[in-house]
Design a protein around this ligand. Structure first.
Ligand SMILES: O=c1ccn([C@@H]2O[C@H](COP(=O)(O)O)[C@@H](O)[C@H]2O)c(=O)[nH]1
Length: 271
């Protein structure tokens, strides 16, 4: 099954547009896990098991694993999600971008080593830096378009022939780059007007939408701006607000409660 078909099935099965981000920060892990071997994997596994029926995707951010020399735990985690919760797609947030020959290696890393269902990529180097990922025809390629951070405007808001650059990226994604139907876009929840504009440009293309929760994006405005006609179309990511809802022994229970409330808040505005 393709990434987009898997995502659509998860939207329906779990009645959820929520993507839980897996960003295991060693300074914020529950006290009960700190100092134990494999703490990063154990922490993420408990979060995954506590929330899997409430999400449409999981999104591990590679930096949190690589910085701790814990890439083996990332491999283990993605295998675990596939085995224990089949049908929930895993988006590897790596934001890769390089010339074609190097992009081939990044694609191998994401799809063969880590077995991710989709990967985030940076479009700054153009289509030949994205194309190697499309060779993996069941996987998704999620292109940065309008990121959630304030500094994203430094480049993404620049005028390109009468429209901001992020709109050019959206148009290229829709009209030229989506040769195989595998593309999706990253658009931040912190810019609902831009999100609505991207939705207008790309039709039903799926959007990965970070920026609710710790970054303060408004859920109602996000859902109204980014939903498709059938009330789906987005994987709305929240990481810290769910992962660190509690630092005590009840962290998994607290994460489930936070995920439940976020999913239900999103669902209020889908119709
Ligand atoms: O525009 C973007 C693209 C990616 N991210 C990533 O999403 C999560 C957000 O975490 P929160 O704790 O919910 O703020 C994180 O992994 C970022 O690297 C983003 O925030 N914005």
């Amino acid at each position: 099954m393709t990434f987009i078909a898997q995502l659509s099935a998860a939207w329906q099965r779990n009645q959820s547009l929520l993507c839980v981000g897996l960003d295991p920060d060693p300074t914020k892990l529950p006290v009960s896990l700190t100092g134990t071997g494999g703490a990063i994997f154990s922490f993420c596994r408990e979060i995954v098991d506590a929330t899997a029926d409430l999400v449409c995707a999981f999104k591990p951010q590679i930096a949190y694993f690589a910085a701790q020399r814990a890439e083996d735990q990332l491999e283990q985690l993605i295998h675990y999600i596939h085995d224990a919760h089949p049908g929930i797609p895993v988006i590897l947030d790596a934001k890769r971008g390089d010339i074609g020959a190097t992009a081939e290696q990044y694609a191998r890393e994401a799809f063969e080593r880590y077995q991710a269902d989709a990967v985030t990529v940076n479009p700054y180097m153009g289509f030949d830096s994205i194309e190697p990922y499309l060779a993996y025809d069941t996987r998704g390629v999620i292109v940065l378009c309008r990121t959630s951070n304030a500094g994203g405007s430094d480049l993404q808001a620049l005028d390109v022939h009468g429209a901001p650059l992020y709109q050019t990226v959206a148009r290229l994604a829709r009209e030229r780059w989506n040769t195989t139907g595998q593309l999706a876009l990253v658009v931040g929840a912190t810019f609902p007007e831009e999100l609505a504009k991207v939705r207008e440009i790309v039709g039903d293309m799926p959007l990965l939408v970070p920026g609710i929760g710790a970054q303060g994006g408004d859920i109602a405005a996000t859902v109204r701006a980014g939903r498709t006609a059938d009330g789906t179309g987005m994987a709305i990511n929240s990481s810290r607000a769910i992962l660190y809802a509690s630092r005590d022994k009840d962290f998994a229970k607290a994460a489930r409660q936070a995920a439940l409330e976020t999913r239900d808040a999103i669902n209020q505005y889908r119709a």
